[in-house]
Design a protein around this ligand. Structure first.
Ligand SMILES: Cc1ncc(COP(=O)(O)O)c(C=O)c1O
Length: 340
């Protein structure tokens, strides 16, 4: 099976498993796991932030950040297709008593012109209080599109003007970085808090990191524990994350090349529709014109290709480190066969 459902399906490589096997461990709840400490220090340096916390998942990372930055009754502005709005089980409301104000963007990008009018006046005690603006880069549901740095900066200026926090869901920030050559440190410098996944394109089996000031991480540490995310000899997993950061970031460019090739083949097929402008990193979404999304996915599976549902009417394919260029070529042949 060629599995293009997600970049989360990767399995740890031999070398990563070796790093996990060799990891020195201790009780991380006592802050005594040397490998977790090493990962957090290494990532803080990489992101140019005062401190980092290792967390079990991207969802927990985003939700801890939002929890620390807000109080119940507050509001977070985000794009309508944002992961925090669509795929985090309603946690902003359930875990933090906050609401989201989603607005429609273009390729996942929202502008100060859209955001400024919906910021709540702080004098209006009867309204929710706007506390955070959230950005997702790369943007999952916008086909992995990248936020241009000018847009990141202009929205940051607006956040500062209104004293709002600025949070980055950087689950795939290394994908953005290798594509634009804007460093992850530069991206992170514009945000108060950032959450990054180690278990997507970077290939670790589990884990995310969140970053911010020391004071923010101290509070985040408490929330993680309260939500049951305090882990013990978790250096075994941190070792995989550290290995991923040290070895698997630059190679993401290969995943982008594979995605581009696959997208071009899809674009050549008259029975499929794809927005080539959106294909900027490792995710692609395409519309089957002649059969339903479900049927298309089923037929591809019968021929050895796993795909997933993107949005209504759209099939999703994601390239990653466990799929070779040859397999992507085969996947393109299967697509042509199914959608002929
Ligand atoms: C943009 C984005 N943020 C956050 C997450 C959550 O990560 P996890 O599945 O590790 O909780 C994902 C997962 O796909 C994602 O795509």
């Amino acid at each position: 099976m060629i599995d293009l459902r997600s970049d989360t399906v990767t399995k740890p490589s031999e070398a990563m498993r070796k790093a996990m096997y060799d990891a020195e461990v201790g009780d991380d709840v006592f802050k005594e796991d040397p490998t977790v400490n090493k990962l957090e220090e290494y990532a803080a340096e990489l992101l140019g932030k005062e401190a980092v916390l290792f967390v079990p998942s991207g969802v927990m990372g985003n939700q801890i950040c939002l929890n620390v930055l807000t109080n119940p009754g507050d509001e977070v502005i985000c794009e309508r297709d944002a992961h925090i709005f669509n795929y985090e089980s309603g946690s902003p409301a359930a875990l933090s008593g906050i609401q989201l104000f989603p607005i429609k963007g273009k390729y996942g990008v929202i502008t100060p012109e859209q955001v400024e009018p919906i910021i709540r006046p702080s004098s209006a005690y009867y309204m929710p209080q706007t506390k955070v603006i959230e950005v997702e880069n790369t943007h999952n549901r916008a086909s992995g599109a990248i936020w241009p740095i000018e847009n990141i900066v202009s929205l940051k200026d607006l956040a500062k003007k209104y004293n709002l926090f600025y949070h980055l869901d950087g689950a795939r920030i290394w994908n953005a970085s290798v594509a634009t050559r804007v460093s992850v440190k530069e991206y992170a410098s514009h945000f108060d808090t950032i959450s990054c996944c180690l278990s997507k394109g970077l290939g670790a089996p589990v884990g995310s990191i969140i970053a911010g000031t020391k004071d923010f991480i101290k509070k985040a540490y408490r929330v993680r524990k309260g939500w049951g995310g305090g882990m013990r000899q978790v250096g075994i997993l941190a070792a995989a994350g550290l290995y991923a950061l040290q070895n698997n970031t630059d190679r993401l460019i290969e995943d982008h090349e594979k995605a581009k090739f696959f997208a071009e083949r899809i674009n050549d097929n008259p029975n499929l529709k794809i927005d080539m402008k959106a294909v900027q990193t490792n995710i692609l979404l395409f519309h089957p014109k002649t059969i339903s999304v479900e049927n298309g996915i089923k037929k591809c599976k019968e021929k050895g290709l796993l795909l997933s549902v993107g949005k209504i009417d759209l099939i999703r394919a994601v390239t990653h480190l466990d799929v070779s260029f040859d397999e992507v070529k085969k996947a393109a042949d299967i697509i042509d066969d199914v959608f002929k």
